[in-house]
Design a binder for this molecule. Structure first.
Ligand code: NAI
Length: 331
C-alpha cells in the first residue's frame, strides 16, 4: 500500500480533495493518507501556515497530494506553494494541458505540456526598496537549474514519446539571464538528437499559442513565463477547473490543481473537482498505478463529453458532489 501526504487546503480545497480521494478509492487504488494542515487554516489553528508536521510527513512519504492554499495578498505571508517548492527543491513544474472533448472551445485538439523551472527566476524572493520610490526584484538564472530543467524536459519527451521541445525565453532583451537559459537548453538538446528542438521568444510564443497551438508539444521555460503561459494553455484546454500540475524534485513530488482556492465558491458545493482529479491522475502515474490513472482520465473525459453531470464552469448545473458521484458511477 502507498502512503501519501494529503493537504486538503483552503477555500474549495477540502471539497475537491474529498472528491479526488473518493475517485481514487473507486478506481481500486488503496492509499494510506497521512493528512496534514497547511495554509490559512493551519495559520489559525497552529500559528504557522507551514507547520513542522507538513515537512516531516513529506520527508517520510516523499509524495504529496495538495489542494490549493490561500496566500493572503500583502499579509507578509510568503506563498506556501512557493515555500514547499523551494524547501524540497521541487525544481520541475509539469503542467500538461489536453483538450477535453465536448467543451465549447476554440480548439478541440490541444495537447501541450508546459515544463516550468520552479526554483529561481523572479521567484527567488529577493526584492527590496532601493529608495522610497524605487523597488527592485532580482531575477536569477543559473546554469545548474537551467540544465536540470532542460534535461527533465527532454527526458519527459523521450519517456512519453513526444516529438519536440521548444525553449521559451526573452534572450533578445535579457541577454545574460535568459541568454544563459537558452544556451544551456541548446547544449542539452544536442544530447537528444531524436527530439526536435526549437526556441521561441515568449511574447511571440503567447501569440502563436493562441493562433496555432497545434504547432507545439513540450515547452520548457523559466519560472515566470511558465506561470503565465501554463494558464494560457489551461484556458485553451478547457479552463482552470480542469488542469493539473506536478512539482517534481529528485526524490519528492507534490501534485496539485493549477487553480487557486477560489474563495467565492468555498463550502458551496459548486467547485469543479476536475483539476484535483487530474492532479490525482498525474500522482497515480508517478506511483506506477498507470492503469487506474488511465481509467480515471478516460471516465472524466467521457463525463465531460456527455455534459450532463458537470459543474457550472463547464456549462452544466451539477455540484461538486453530483459530478464526483457521476464519475464514480462511470468508473
Ligand atoms: P483561483 O484559481 O482561485 O480563481 C480564478 C478564477 O477561477 C475564479 O473566478 C475562480 O472562482 C475560478 N475557479 C478556480 N478554480 C475553480 C474550480 N475548481 N471550479 C470552478 N471555478 C474555479 O485564483 P485567484 O482568485 O487568483 O486566487 C485565490 C487564492 O488562491 C489566492 O489566495 C491565491 O494566492 C491562491 N492560489 C493558490 C494556488 C495553489 O495553491 N497552488 C494557485 C493559485 C492561486
Amino acid at each position: 500500500m502507498h502512503t501519501i501526504t494529503l493537504i486538503r487546503g483552503d477555500g474549495i480545497g477540502p471539497e475537491i480533495a474529498d472528491s479526488a480521494l473518493a475517485v481514487i478509492e473507486a478506481a481500486g487504488v488503496h492509499i494510506k493518507w497521512e493528512e496534514v494542515e497547511a495554509g490559512v487554516n493551519a495559520l489559525e489553528k497552529h500559528g504557522s501556515p507551514l507547520p513542522d508536521q507538513v515537512i516531516s510527513s513529506l520527508n517520510k512519504t516523499n509524495i504529496g497530494l495538495k489542494a490549493p492554499l490561500t496566500t493572503p495578498v500583502g499579509s507578509g505571508i510568503r506563498s506556501i506553494n512557493v515555500e514547499l517548492r523551494m524547501k524540497f527543491d521541487l525544481f520541475a513544474n509539469l503542467r500538461p494541458a489536453k483538450s477535453f472533448p465536448g467543451l465549447d472551445l476554440p480548439y478541440q485538439d490541444i495537447d501541450l505540456v508546459v515544463i516550468r523551472e520552479n526554483t529561481e527566476d523572479l521567484y527567488s524572493g529577493i526584492e527590496y526598496m532601493v529608495s522610497e520610490d524605487i523597488a527592485e526584484s532580482i531575477k536569477i538564472i543559473s546554469r545548474k537549474a537551467s540544465e536540470r530543467i532542460a534535461r527533465f524536459a527532454f527526458d519527459y519527451a523521450m519517456e512519453k514519446g513526444r516529438k519536440k521541445v521548444t525553449a521559451v525565453h526573452k534572450a533578445n532583451i535579457m541577454k545574460l539571464s535568459d541568454g544563459l537559459f537558452l544556451d544551456v537548453a541548446r547544449e542539452v538538446a544536442e544530447e537528444y538528437p531524436q527530439i526536435e528542438f526549437e526556441d521561441r521568444i515568449v511574447d511571440n510564443m503567447a501569440m502563436q499559442l493562441v493562433l496555432k497551438p497545434q504547432q507545439y508539444d513540450v515547452m520548457v521555460m523559466p519560472n515566470l513565463y511558465g506561470d503565465i503561459l501554463s494558464d494560457l494553455c489551461a484556458g485553451l484546454a478547457g479552463g482552470l477547473g480542469l488542469v493539473p500540475g506536478a512539482n517534481i524534485g529528485k526524490n519528492k513530488a507534490i501534485f496539485e490543481p493549477v487553480h487557486g482556492s477560489a474563495p467565492k465558491y468555498a463550502g458551496k458545493d459548486q467547485a469543479n473537482p476536475g483539476a484535483m482529479i487530474m492532479a490525482a491522475v498525474l500522482m497515480l502515474e508517478h506511483i506506477n498505478e498507470k492503469e487506474a490513472a488511465r481509467r480515471i482520465e478516460s471516465a472524466l473525459f467521457a463525463l465531460i463529453k456527455e455534459g450532463k453531470h458537470v459543474t457550472a464552469d463547464l456549462g452544466g448545473s451539477a455540484g461538486t458532489k453530483e459530478m464526483t458521484k457521476a464519475l464514480i458511477d462511470l468508473l
